[in-house]
Design a binder for this molecule. Structure first.
Ligand SMILES: [Zn+2]
Ligand SMILES: [Zn+2]
Length: 257
């Protein structure tokens, strides 16, 4: 069984633990090494059980502690070649044996977990989402998703769990404190996914049998958990799906576990 433990999710830092049996993978390490290690301790996870760190893209909220975690735990960091080029300076010295490069779109395995990285539209050199496969289950995670691109619904087909970005409420973003260029960036095709768009994704996946949803990467200034949850549930209800009946929809906390 694949379990997901989110340590941090949001523009101030991201780190999500994917577990199957004795294998744990850390997706992104976007806070200081100390912060991530103490978060792991707090939830009773042994950092030594982490087999590898997988990076989605080179923005600092996803890589800040990746270098130090690799050095401290002597574990490999996986990313595509373009992302490695873009982030290697920030990561600092990573042992050659711990630099692992994958091809986006091509499956690989780490211990008992199958992994498929897929390309996502975002203003990074080659950002990816990940699907994880183990014990006949599939879990897909996609944050920092500028828009629901052609082919995304194929990536989430047959999922048991989808972790999807619900970054902002469009109205809050429009009227909120961000300067206009930043608003434009967030709303763009390579920015972040709104609650409304997350609702479309959840609806589609629910109509195709997926039952578990995690809403993540919420903006501190342009969203709040209840609103993200409500917007997604409304999208379901408007289309005849009862979110309270067969679905589990939860919102990942930005800081706490
Ligand atoms: Zn991010
Ligand atoms: Zn990003």
């Amino acid at each position: 069984m694949i379990t997901i433990k989110s340590l941090y999710s949001g523009s101030s830092g991201n780190a999500v633990l994917i577990k199957n049996g004795s294998t744990s993978l850390l997706v992104d390490a976007g806070l200081s090494g100390i912060t991530i290690l103490s978060a792991l301790k707090e939830i009773g996870e042994d950092p030594k059980s982490i087999a590898a760190i997988l990076i989605t893209h080179e923005h600092s909220d996803h890589i800040q502690g990746a270098g130090i975690m690799s050095r401290k735990l002597d574990i490999p960091v996986y990313a595509n070649a373009k992302t490695w080029d873009a982030m290697s300076y920030t990561l600092g010295n990573v042992a050659l044996k711990n630099i692992k490069t994958f091809k986006t779109g091509k499956d690989f395995e780490i211990e008992s977990i199958g992994i498929k990285p897929f390309k996502t539209p975002h203003d990074a050199v080659e950002s990816v989402g990940y699907s994880f496969f183990a014990d006949g289950e599939k879990v897909t995670m996609a944050t920092d998703l500028g828009h629901v691109f052609d082919g995304f619904f194929d990536e989430i087909r047959d999922c048991n769990t989808v972790l999807i970005e619900a970054n902002h409420d469009v109205e809050m973003l429009r009227t909120g404190p961000y300067p206009w260029p930043l608003k434009k960036r967030v709303m763009s095709e390579v920015g972040h996914l709104s609650n409304e768009c997350a609702g479309e994704v959840v609806l589609h996946a629910a109509q195709n049998g997926c039952e578990n949803f995690l809403l993540g990467h919420l903006s501190r200034d342009n969203n709040f958990p209840e609103l993200a949850h409500l917007t997604v549930c409304n999208a379901l209800r408007e289309n005849g799906v009862d979110p309270d009946k067969d679905l589990n929809i939860s919102v990942l906390k930005r800081y706490m576990r």
